[in-house]
Structure formats: C-alpha cells, structure tokens
Design a protein around this ligand. Structure first.
Ligand SMILES: C[S@@+](CC[C@H](N)C(=O)[O-])C[C@H]1O[C@@H](n2cnc3c(N)ncnc32)[C@H](O)[C@@H]1O
Length: 205
C-alpha cells in the first residue's frame, strides 16, 4: 500500500502536518505530538470499533482530523459523531472541513456537560487521540472518571501510546488506570508506519 496516493491528498496531508507542527511549537503539552497520526494508526484504532454498528461515537482530541475522516466514512447512516477539541484553531479547521461533524470546543474533562448540552445520554464508543503521556496524573484521572459517566456499559474505548515510552513508569501507571476503569483491556501489535510508532489500547467498559 503506498504511503501517499495522489497530489491533492499529498498537499492536504502536508498542510495538516504543518498546522500540527505549528500548534505543537505554540502549545507542546496540550498538542502532545509533533505530527498527526498516520492512516495506518487510524485503521488500527478503528477496525476494532465496529463503527457500522454504533449510534453515537465520541472523538477526544481530533486535532487535524486523522481519525475523524475515517470515523465519518465508517459510521452508519444517521449515527452521531461528536468531537471534543481544546485547541480553537483545530476546532475551526474541523468545522470548515467536516460541516456534518458535531464539534465542541472544550476539554473532555467536561464530557458529561458537553453530552448533556448535545442531548446525548450515553455513547457507544470513544476514540481518543489525547496525549495521555504528557498529562499530569490528576488530569488523567478526571478525564477517565468523566468518561465513565457517558460511555455505556459494554461500550468501547480506543487510544494509542507511543512505543518509545511504554517501558517508563508513567506508561505502566496509565495502563494500570485503564485496567481499573475497564473490564477488558488489550494492546494491539505495533503500528510501525506512524511517527512515532505506536500501539493501540482496546478497552471495553
Ligand atoms: C496528539 S494530538 C492527536 C490529534 C489527532 N487525533 C491525531 O491522532 O493526529 C492530541 C490532541 O488532543 C487535544 N487535546 C489535548 N488536551 C485536550 C483536552 N483536555 N480536551 C480535548 N482535547 C484535548 C490537542 O489539542 C490535540 O489536538
């Protein structure tokens, strides 16, 4: 499978990468990565989600939309997709690019309130692009606890972690938190065609 397929797509990926890099320079802790996720990582995250069966999907930290386009392409007709993004520039770009997407400009810590405002009682799944590794402990806890107020029992949660940091204590601690919050947690094989290479955590509430 070629990495890039066509000039228009190349230009669009290049623009997203530059935008992402700019935001990383401006706000490294919140952005949490120097480049958007690859389509290979998007595929690994979403193949497991079975989006064609889902009524309501939440996306945490969509950034320039590496997962968003794929979520929208895979959703079943009429399903709702609500993306929550903290960075105003990314929010504007997502609204321009995907008018059919619901986008909340907020922190996912407030997901219960965001869902109430949107008339969503519970979500079937959460796809996360959040940079957990750069979040302090208490922010991770608040986000996971808040997620438990919206994700339905049996609902799926997918997130990723870069492999270069997996052996470090914060990564092990984060995995323990996932085990505490979810009834099932598994890790995918490494997606090498991503910068940096990453694994996905696949969690069931
Ligand atoms: C590592 S980037 C991932 C972007 C995209 N999902 C991808 O994989 O290329 C993390 C994104 O999470 C957003 N973010 C960070 N903290 C957040 C929060 N508390 N609530 C919502 N979005 C947040 C950042 O602005 C950034 O767009």
């Amino acid at each position: 499978m070629p990495l890039f397929s066509g000039n228009k797509e190349n230009m669009s990926k290049f623009r997203h990468t530059i935008r992402f890099l700019k935001e990383f320079v401006r706000s490294p802790r919140a952005t949490g990565a120097v480049a958007p996720s690859s389509r290979f990582l998007a595929k690994k995250m979403l193949d497991w989600m079975e989006l064609e069966t889902v009524e309501t999907a939440l996306e945490y930290g969509p950034g320039t939309g590496s997962f968003t386009s794929e979520i929208l392409a895979r959703r079943k007709p009429g399903a709702r997709v609500l993306a929550v993004e903290l960075n105003e520039g990314f929010v504007q770009a997502l609204r321009d690019r995907h008018p059919e997407l619901e986008v909340a400009h907020d922190s996912v810590e407030n997901i219960r309130y965001i869902c109430d405002q949107a008339g969503i009682a519970e979500a079937d799944c959460v796809v996360s692009g959040l940079p957990w590794a750069v979040f302090p402990d208490d922010l991770q806890n608040r986000i996971l606890d808040a997620m438990m107020t919206v994700l339905k029992p049996g609902g799926r949660f997918a997130t990723f972690a870069y492999i270069h940091a997996l052996h470090l204590p914060p990564a092990k601690k984060f995995r323990d938190k996932l085990e505490k919050h979810f009834s099932r947690v598994s890790a995918s094989e490494t997606v090498w065609l991503n910068f940096p290479p990453a694994i996905c955590y696949q969690c069931v509430r």
